[in-house]
Design a protein around this ligand. Structure first.
Ligand SMILES: *Cc1c(COP(=O)(O)O)cnc(C)c1O
Length: 393
């Protein structure tokens, strides 16, 4: 089948919620993939931060196929080793105490919101339920998660939204203070706003929010769905901000390409959820967890240092390119502000034609390459991007 045949079939049968590229990708290896027509593409997107070890990593494929051939699923009514082992790995790599496995970022955030509300309800009664999130944030597409998302564009058509969410300006501690009342139970934020344009929060602002939370027993919820699991050069971005939050959510890169989300609980919240309080049929699926274990096992200090180094390298190269106004981000999560005539959308489209897959985030070009991308693939991709910015044919 050719890309155009798949497109036709897709558009005939699938609801049109996505603005897809005019391309059907059929296979990949490392950070390189191929279309139905056999054209080669360097992948600077990793399936939006998901394929942390690239395409078809041999060890990862072996881990998940072995588990699929042994037991693919049994339900949370039983103990399974992959689930327990992945949980241990995540706790040992973080400053957190317990884990709950979900299937996506939005679902992890839903669980974190439920936890914050229950913590507050049990301790302070029914009137303390408000959650403050940041303007320009992104927390997912389920009802509570879009309500938590501080962007007007998402707040339409689906009324009524969930009660009890307020939005404060990022990097404006006074505005956060203004939004806090005796009803506040949690503050939820990304440390690097991903969909919002790869905006890194100020260290001082984050520390200030953490102090307020501690003083007033407000739970600090950090959404690391995009920044987590090595993306920024540390296992959690929290480490770089000296944070030990009450709740952390992860998802995208954790499974290496299979759907998984996780809530990490700190000291205050580790025992909040009790039997019957929360659950999900697929959560902690053995095949998905086997993939996650492999991802985590790869993520030693050397691997994470490499992520940082590659990030610095790409950033420096980008800053020297024509039409680049600035580069934001941490590790291999980078946003490129443009100063030339082309919009980010146009740059992404032209790069695609030349064999490079990029993303946008608001008005920026966004890079989320696989964490183990080779130097050779980085150079190949940057060469294409430079040609696009240089208006080369
Ligand atoms: C992608 C993302 C989500 C939503 O994750 P899904 O798996 O699509 O539900 C939530 N928060 C952040 C920061 C994200 O980047």
């Amino acid at each position: 089948m050719k890309s155009k045949d798949v497109k036709e079939q897709d558009q005939h049968y699938i609801v049109g919620t996505y603005g897809r590229n005019d391309l059907c990708i059929v296979k990949g290896q490392g950070s390189t993939c191929y279309s139905a027509e056999g054209d080669e593409y360097i992948d600077f997107s990793s399936g939006i931060g998901v394929n942390s070890l690239g395409f078809a990593n041999h060890e990862w494929v072996e881990a998940i196929t072995k588990q699929a051939g042994t037991m693919q699923h049994i339900s949370n009514l039983f103990y399974t080793a992959p689930c327990a082992e992945l949980a241990e790995g995540m706790i040992k790599k973080s400053a957190m105490e317990k884990v709950f496995f979900a299937n996506s970022g939005a679902e992890a955030n839903e669980g974190a919101i439920k936890t914050a509300r229950k913590y507050s309800y049990k301790k302070y009664g029914p009137d303390r339920y408000e959650i403050i999130t940041l303007v320009n944030s992104f927390h997912g597409r389920t009802m509570a998660a879009i309500t938590a998302t501080g962007q007007e564009a998402y707040h339409k058509d689906f009324y009524p939204f969930v009660d009890g969410f307020l939005y404060a300006k990022a990097n404006d501690l006074a505005d956060v203070r203004k939004k806090i009342t005796k009803r506040t139970c949690g503050i939820m934020m990304e440390l690097v706003q991903g969909e919002g344009g790869v905006v890194v929060l100020d260290q001082q602002f984050v520390a200030g929010v953490a102090d307020i939370c501690k003083e007033q027993d407000i739970l600090l919820i950090i959404d690391e769905v995009q920044t987590g699991v090595g993306r920024t050069g540390t296992f959690l971005a929290c480490e770089q901000f000296g944070l030990e939050p009450d709740l952390v959510t992860v998802a995208k890169g954790l499974g290496g390409g299979l759907p998984i989300g996780g809530i990490l609980f700190g000291k205050k919240t580790a025992d909040v959820l009790q039997p019957g309080d929360h659950g999900t049929t697929f959560g902690g699926n053995p095949v998905v967890c086997a993939g996650g274990i492999l991802v985590l096992n790869k993520m030693d200090e050397h691997f994470l240092e490499e992520v940082s180094q590659k990030g610095f390298y790409i950033k420096k190269k980008l800053e020297d390119m024509p039409g680049v106004a600035g580069v934001s981000g941490l590790g291999l999560m980078l946003g490129v502000a443009l100063s030339g005539e082309k919009t980010a959308k146009e740059v992404v489209a032209e790069a695609m034609e030349k064999g490079l897959i990029l993303l946008t985030a608001k008005e920026k070009v966004r890079l989320l390459p696989p964490l183990n991308i080779s130097r050779e693939e980085i150079d190949k991709g940057l060469h294409i991007l430079e040609a696009v910015l240089n208006n080369e044919k």
